[in-house]
Design a protein. Structure first.
Length: 268
C-alpha cells in the first residue's frame, strides 16, 4: 500500500513553521502530515528567539531519537522529507531503516562530503568566524539571512520571512558537522553509503542556493554506492525553497517521485 503519511523535518535557523505551506498543500491532497520539531522546539519562533536555551541544549542524537520515536510509532512507513539539516536527518532515518522513501531538499552534507563552495563559506561565516560560537546559539542578521536563505527574494519579502521563521542555530551542532571530516571515527551525521536496505532517496537542490549549493547535493548523491535508487533534481530557487515562488511545483514533484518510488524498506 502507498504511504498515507508524510513527515516533514525542518533544518537549522527555522522551526516546523517553515513547512506551513507544504503541510496545508499535502493535507488538501488527503495525506496525514507531521512536522515534528526538535526536542525543546515545541514552542513558537518568538519564544525561541526570546530564550534560545532549548536550541543550545539539543544534540543530534536527541534529534534522531525523537524523530525515530515519531516515525516508528506509525502504522506503516511514511514518506520522509527534510530541508537543509533536516535533509541530513532524513538520510540518517533512511539509513536506520525508517521510511518508505526519502526526499532531501537543499540538504546539508553528510559525513565524507567535502565539497565547500565559496558561497557556503560566506553563508556560514557568521557561525564559524568565532570559535566561541561552539558554545552558543547563533542567529543571522536580516542581511545574513537574505544571503543564506532568501537571496532570490526582495529585501522586503526576505525581511518578512526572517521575522516569521528565523531562530538561532546550535553552534555546537554546526561546528560538529563542520569538523566531521576531520574527526576520526563516525560522527553524528554518519550514514552508510553502501546500505542496500535503504529506501529510495531523492535530492532536490535550489539553483541559487548560497548555503547548500547544487554542488553539495550532487556530491551527496554521488557518495551513495548502494543499489538503491538515488536521484537528484534541480529547481530554480534559493535555500528557502519550500517558501520560494513556485514552491507548489517542488512539493508536487517531491510527492509524485516519492509515491512512484515508495516501498517498504528491508530491515537495516
Amino acid at each position: 500500500m502507498a504511504p498515507d503519511t508524510i513527515v516533514l523535518v525542518h533544518g537549522f535557523w527555522v522551526t516546523p513553521r517553515s513547512w506551513e505551506h507544504w503541510i496545508t498543500h499535502y493535507e488538501q491532497r488527503g495525506f496525514t502530515v507531521l512536522a515534528p520539531g526538535y526536542p525543546g522546539f515545541e514552542v513558537e519562533v518568538e519564544a525561541l528567539n526570546a530564550d534560545p536555551t532549548p536550541i543550545l541544549k539539543v544534540t543530534v542524537p536527541q534529534i534522531i531519537e525523537h524523530l525515530e520515536s515519531v516515525v516508528g510509532g506509525l502504522e506503516k512507513p511514511p514518506i520522509l522529507m527534510g530541508h537543509s539539516a533536516g535533509g541530513v536527518f532524513t538520510q540518517i532515518l533512511l539509513d536506520h531503516g525508517h521510511g518508505a522513501v526519502g526526499v532531501a531538499i537543499n540538504s546539508a552534507p553528510t559525513e565524507g562530503v567535502k565539497v565547500v563552495p565559496l558561497s557556503q563559506i560566506k553563508a556560514t561565516f557568521p557561525v564559524l568566524k568565532n570559535p566561541a560560537n561552539r558554545h552558543r546559539a547563533v542567529g543571522f542578521t536580516e542581511e545574513q539571512w537574505h544571503y543564506a536563505f532568501a537571496n532570490t527574494f526582495s529585501e522586503e519579502e526576505s525581511r518578512r520571512l526572517y521575522e516569521r521563521y528565523h531562530i538561532p542555530a546550535s553552534g555546537p551542532i554546526f561546528w560538529g558537522s563542520a569538523l566531521a571530516n576531520i574527526h576520526p571515527g563516525k560522527d553524528d551525521n554518519y550514514v552508510d553509503y553502501a546500505n542496500d536496505a535503504r529506501a529510495p532517496l531523492l535530492f532536490i537542490s535550489g539553483s541559487d542556493d548560497n548555503l547548500m549549493p547544487p554542488r553539495i547535493q550532487q556530491s551527496n548523491a554521488k557518495h551513495y554506492k548502494s543499489e538503491t535508487v538515488t536521484e537528484v533534481k534541480e529547481f530554480s530557487g534559493p535555500h528557502l525553497l519550500p517558501s520560494a515562488p513556485g514552491w507548489e511545483a517542488v512539493a508536487d514533484y517531491a510527492l509524485e517521485w516519492a509515491l512512484e518510488h515508495a516501498r517498504r524498506p528491508s530491515p537495516a
